[in-house]
Ligand binder design. Structure first.
Ligand code: IVH
Length: 674
């Protein structure tokens, strides 16, 4: 029987190691977790019956032995170096110039480019294919022995595949993927324990545990990127071949590494990873370029602590810490009372952030953000900045949890938060100056009635003075009403009156959007216009057959209910009557999708636009019938390039596709909107 058990045990160990490699090394699991657990259980049971067959490389032995009292010091035979940093394209160019000069070559150098993982460096020594020792980087010369903990990380193989060198010291980064990090923090929060500030701290904290059982329970990953001491192996010629060999021996290597040509290849990779960054499963803080040819690496050598053949090109930090100065409540067009954190200005993700929305009261409670708190602020790509979490350890004494205001901060009407809804609302309706002001601003907006010159400051004054109480009042404004406003001369007043006159001739989708029906954005307004053709048909449906509204593509029951409620309100019917009386007209809307001005044209967006989000640009384009795609091809009509565009721009240039900047996009949208 023991012979059969021996074979089964060997087969199970190989199979489990294979699944670890699929999962961590190749990011391509073949079996569900439950099946994996079943294999491990079977192995445990067999080893329990045959303890003489247990070996240290068995997956059941990842966590073995008692917690230690302290970490022993380990001297690194080959020092663990750090990297020089570059923050600009120019610094990358200078790096290449220096390297080429030293090598005495004019040819563009080849590089292996890979993400700069945000974790901590670890070295692992395999002798005869078995994991023998692992250590942290420490000061680069001396680290701590964390063998027991590294053994507990499933990503790290305990035994390498056949043909591995007699001695192999691999170096890489231990890090915590984002999903695992968030789960860990959620669980800590639920238990009322302290949370980790970021995945890097979580990874470091998890690895520096005296009890390896704790490390084993943490979702850690490791990617290998280099070597320390090696014997019994002839090094290949290239860095990329070295990584491939590590992969072949069963070690996890980041799949994002690429061979690139010269500085331009490096910079292109940097931009590509900058775009991919937000979609990666783990945090990276830049990319690393390494000269491909190992012979060149040897010739270039080191300068103090960093190699001359490698460079870290950092991204602008996406997270930063700052202090909450105040939490204020803003009242929106629909009465939504929204908390906004006023921050000590902080530079993050390439911009200075001093205000950030906290979205709603539930969110404030969930994050327990208080005035005086130190918070982590995140701004990734073109996503609006957010408060990620509070650093509770830095909370000053005697703070109070934020309370929902009982009364509207503007009109003092009651604030209600219906059970089950996240949003609290001022019940003042149009009597609330804040709601009035926002409704009128929205009405005049560029995508709505497009009344040029009717900006925030003018609207604020008109509402404050009571000159304008409803959007319809705008059309009764005379030169005298306007000229008395601050910073409004005769000329601008005349211009504004002319703009008001022009805005009277509008389209049905614009009018519907301008009315400010809850949840009716530009795209929904267009869908409603397309479906009903004119306003009276829509009003009739809202009155008599509300179920018809739900039949409109893109309209669900919630939106349908808002449309119904909007037209049921007598003040809204009165508003439409008054607009008509003032001479506002719109033609019946008969456009079929194929008649839309940009029908059949495909647009690709890249980079960040200053004045609109990617979603807004996308919505505006699709409202005009255009298709927005993620890939550039010969069929692309235009590529819209904002700030820091990526590889799509390069591709567009290669295919000679017309490129629009933000101003060009605006012009095109404006031209087709009327
Ligand atoms: S190579 C001699 N490659 O960055 C080369 N390091 O700032 C030394 N790191 O201590 C390191 N990703 O912890 C290298 N792909 C990568 C890396 C990487 C992250 C870390 C590593 C190192 C630090 C240096």
């Amino acid at each position: 029987m023991s012979g059969g058990a021996r074979e089964r045990i060997a087969a199970l160990r190989t199979e489990i190691a294979h699944h670890d490699e699929r999962y961590y090394g190749l990011d391509d699991p073949q079996i569900p977790d439950a099946d994996y657990d079943q294999l491990l259980r079977e192995l445990r049971a067999l080893e329990g019956a045959h303890p003489e067959l247990i070996t240290p490389d068995s997956p059941t032995q990842r966590v073995a032995g008692a917690p230690s009292a302290a970490f022993e010091a380990v001297v690194h035979e080959v020092p663990m170096l750090s990297l020089d940093n570059a923050f600009s394209d120019e610094e990358v160019r200078a790096f290449e110039r220096r390297a080429a000069e030293r090598l005495g070559t004019d040819e563009p150098l080849e590089y292996l480019a890979e993400p700069k993982l945000d974790g901590l460096a670890v070295t692992a020594i395999y002798r005869a294919g078995l994991l023998e020792r692992a250590a942290t980087r420490g000061d680069g010369f001396k680290g701590e022995d964390v063998t027991a903990n590294v053994r507990a990380i499933r990503a790290v193989p305990l035994r390498l595949h056949a043909k591995a060198p007699a001695l192999l010291e691999v170096r890489g980064e231990v890090f915590m993927p984002l999903q695992g990090f968030e789960r860990l923090n959620r669980e800590a929060e639920a238990r009322g324990e302290k949370t980790f500030v970021n995945p890097r701290n979580a990874a470091a904290g998890s690895l520096r545990q005296l009890d390896p059982r704790i490390t084993a329970a943490r979702p850690l990953q490791m990617y290998c990127y280099g070597l320390g001491s090696v014997s019994g192996w002839d090094l290949p010629e290239r860095q990329s071949e070295l990584l491939e060999a590590l992969r072949q021996w069963g070690l996890p290597v980041c799949p994002e590494g690429r061979r690139v040509q010269g500085v331009e290849g490096c910079l292109q990779y940097y931009r590509q990873m900058g775009e991919r960054r937000a979609h990666l499963a783990y945090q990276i803080d830049g990319v690393v370029y390494k000269v491909e040819r190992l012979a060149y690496q040897t010739r270039l050598g080191f300068l103090s602590r960093a190699p001359r053949w490698a460079l870290a090109h950092k991204f602008p930090a996406e997270e930063a810490m700052t202090r909450v100065r105040a939490i204020e409540w803003q009242v929106g067009r629909t009465g939504a009372v929204t908390p906004v954190a006023r921050l000590e200005p902080v530079f993050v993700g390439g911009v200075t952030v001093s205000n950030v929305t906290l979205h709603n009261f539930d969110e404030v409670q969930r994050k327990d953000v208080r005035v005086g708190d130190t918070v982590v602020v995140r701004r990734a790509g073109d996503v609006i900045p957010e408060v990620v979490r509070v650093i509770e350890a830095r909370r000053p004494p005697h703070t109070d949890a934020v309370a929902l205001p009982q009364r509207c901060p503007v009109c003092h009407s009651e604030v209600l938060k219906p059970a089950g809804e996240a949003v609290a609302r001022c019940t003042g309706g149009f009597s609330c100056p804040a709601q009035r002001q926002e409704a009128i601003r929205h009405f005049a907006g560029r995508l709505a009635m497009d009344i040029e010159g009717l900006g925030e400051k003018v609207v604020a004054q008109l509402v404050e003075r009571g000159t304008v109480r409803s959007p319809a009042d705008l059309y009764g404004l005379g030169a005298a009403d306007l000229q008395s406003l601050e910073r409004m001369g005769e000329k601008s007043a005349a211009n504004l009156i002319a703009a008001l006159g022009r805005s009277k001739q509008t389209t049905l989708p614009r009018l519907l959007y301008a009315l400010g029906i809850r949840e009716v954005g530009e795209a929904t307004a267009l869908a409603l216009a397309r479906h009903f053709g004119d306003l009276d048909a829509l009003i009739e449906a809202a009155d008599e057959h509300p179920e018809q509204i739900e039949q409109v593509a893109e309209v669900g029951p919630v939106v349908a209910a808002h449309v119904h409620a909007f037209f049921a309100a007598p003040e809204h019917r009165a508003l439409i009557g008054r607009l008509r009386e003032a001479g506002v007209t719109w033609a019946p809307f008969a456009a079929r999708p194929a008649d839309l001005p940009l029908a059949g044209q495909t647009f690709v967006l890249t980079g960040t636009l200053a004045g609109m989000t990617r979603e807004q640009a996308q919505e505006a384009l699709s409202a005009l019938g255009a298709k927005v795609s993620g890939t550039v091809s010969k069929k692309t009509r235009y590529v819209v390039a904002g700030e820091a565009p990526g590889s799509k721009l390069t591709k567009a240039r290669a295919l000679a596709i017309p490129i629009l900047d933000e101003a060009g996009l605006r012009q095109l949208l404006e031209a087709h909107r009327r």
